[in-house]
Design a protein around this ligand. Structure first.
Ligand code: ZN
Length: 235
């Protein structure tokens, strides 16, 4: 039974170390996020400028195609103008020609303006990419440090978990379940020493004489009726 107490104490110590290591590990994510915030900001902005740029380029293409189609129609009307038989037909063809010419000019103008906007967006993109790479450079040493510290923290946690498994194997399944149930409680404390006057070392509730002697002689795993910890006697 002394071996069981020993294994339980080991397990409790390791679980406390695991808890602390998990808390320490969890602190890395927000720290990394804060460090990378400026980089993430540039990345978001670059993505949105790229998206707008792609939209502008496809719109320019659409306008150029529309203008080409209108120019084709323009040629047809110009040919028709050569074949008019009277003034009325000529006037009608010229009116139609003027309308199409205006429409072509409007498309061309719009395509030109959009093309200029796209060029400005490209310049902005270049600028943003430079800013992004200097932002990345600026945080690189700190980021490397944080990632290395996180890796160490992870390795430490892994080591504790391995040791925990080893300690847990020293217990029977029943004893493991008792341990887990006790640890699942509010206080998370699993074991406490019985005081010299027979009280629970955690909540100071006095145990019945029968249970006190069971604990002192290490005959059974006794839990405090008041707070639930498993009690063990000082050697
Ligand atoms: Zn107690």
């Amino acid at each position: 039974m002394r071996e069981v107490y020993k294994a339980l104490l080991e397990l409790q110590e390791l679980d406390e170390q695991i808890d602390r290591a998990e808390v320490a590990l969890a602190e890395f994510s927000p720290r990394l996020e804060t460090l990378e915030a400026p980089v993430a900001g540039y990345e978001r902005e670059i993505a949105s400028v790229r998206e707008r740029l792609a939209d502008m380029r496809s719109e320019v293409k659409r306008l150029e195609k529309a203008a080409d189609q209108k120019r084709e129609r323009l040629r047809n009307y110009e040919e028709r103008l050569n074949r008019v038989r009277n003034v009325r037909e000529e006037t009608a063809a010229r009116t139609e020609l003027d309308l199409i010419r205006h429409a072509v000019d409007a498309d061309d103008q719009e395509a030109l303006e959009l093309g200029e906007q796209a060029t400005r967006a490209e310049l902005r993109l270049d600028e943003l990419e430079k800013q992004l790479s200097s932002a990345r450079e600026a945080i690189a040493p700190q980021k490397e440090e944080l990632l290395a510290a996180r890796a160490t923290s992870e390795a430490k946690l892994g080591g504790f978990r391995k040791s925990r498994d080893k300690s847990a194997r020293k217990l029977t399944p029943d004893q493991q379940r008792l341990y887990d149930r006790t640890r699942a409680g509010k206080r998370k404390r699993v074991l406490a020493q019985l005081t010299h006057d027979g009280a629970c070392g955690q909540c100071y509730n006095v145990l019945p004489i029968q249970q006190q002697s069971e604990v002192r002689q290490a005959r059974a795993l006794v839990r405090c009726e008041a707070c639930g910890v498993i009690l063990y006697a000082a050697e």
